[in-house]
Design a protein around this ligand. Structure first.
Ligand SMILES: NC(=O)c1ccc[n+]([C@@H]2O[C@H](COP(=O)([O-])OP(=O)(O)OC[C@H]3O[C@@H](n4cnc5c(N)ncnc54)[C@H](OP(=O)(O)O)[C@@H]3O)[C@@H](O)[C@H]2O)c1
Length: 239
């Protein structure tokens, strides 16, 4: 896909790799609708990235809000070519200590939210004369289960299944579906779990975003449906 003058929706654009994805897309001339709950953070991103970045205050767990926004914003003349399902979060702990609320929040954000926005956007993409591309951000936790991250594992494994089914379902509609499985990236993702879950040589958001651009710029009849990214050396060689 040639990214010049294309239109993208990026969820989770107020932080971390969502900002990096938006920045690289805008550098290529793509208009980006950046979705997140914290409007003030999105406004800061707009100040940095300029008018091609359109902040949209949106909680992706609210199906009705997504449906009405997609219906009011888009039509066959202004249709999204790209959907980056990036918004996501993780709460960690032993299964017997994990709250039902934390389980539900992860399911609602990492899985249900992806379904709500994908379901709303796909009909527009099916009618779009351009090739379109949906990229879902899973994690290496979508490939490997590990202690204390069972709920997050369940959402990211689930996203892999959803993505694989969609890639086979939508390929004849000229819609590519890819899934990225990154290892640890230096973002705000880990919050209070920093001590346990992070290390000193994590991947940089801009480098992960360059890979996303590569997936999008592949020739129309070439699909990279899955890609795993890891820090080569998870320990800082300078330490
Ligand atoms: N960092 C890593 O090591 C790593 C590794 C593998 C995969 N990932 C995945 O990468 C994605 C982005 O994570 P990140 O590292 O960039 O973390 P981050 O800095 O914490 O960003 C998470 C983004 O998700 C948004 N978000 C959360 N809940 C939302 C909701 N209900 N509605 C709309 N937006 C919501 C947040 O915005 P608001 O709070 O403003 O709503 C924020 O913009 C996630 O799916 C994560 O699972 C991260």
């Amino acid at each position: 896909m040639d990214l010049l003058n294309k239109t993208a929706i990026v969820t989770g654009a107020s932080s971390g790799i969502g900002i990096a994805f938006s920045e690289k897309l805008i550098q290529k001339g793509t208009k980006v609708y950046g979705l997140a709950r914290r409007l003030h953070k999105l406004q800061e991103v707009k100040e940095k990235l300029g008018d091609l970045f359109i902040p949209v205050e949106m909680d992706i767990t609210k199906a009705a809000d997504i449906e009405s926004w997609v219906k009011s914003e888009f039509n066959d003349e202004n249709s999204p070519d790209i959907l980056i399902n990036n918004a996501g979060l993780g709460s960690f702990g032993n299964v017997d200590e994990l709250s039902i609320q934390d389980w539900d929040t992860m399911m609602n954000t990492n899985l249900n939210g992806v379904f709500y926005i994908t379901k709303a956007v796909v009909p527009l993409m099916k009618r779009n004369p351009n090739h379109c591309h949906i990229i879902n951000i899973s994690s290496v936790a979508g490939l490997l289960g590990n202690p204390q991250i069972s709920a997050y594992n369940a959402t990211k494994f689930g996203l892999r299944g959803f993505s694989e089914a969609l890639f086979k379902e939508l390929r004849y509609d000229k819609i590519k579906v890819s899934t990225m499985f990154p290892g640890s990236i230096a973002t705000h993702f880990f919050g209070d779990n920093k001590e346990e879950s992070t290390h000193s040589n994590m991947m940089q958001p801009g480098d992960v975003a360059n890979t996303l651009i590569h997936l999008l710029e592949t020739p129309d009849n070439l699909l990279i449906n899955e890609i795993t990214l890891r820090p080569l050396n998870p320990k800082n060689p300078d330490n």
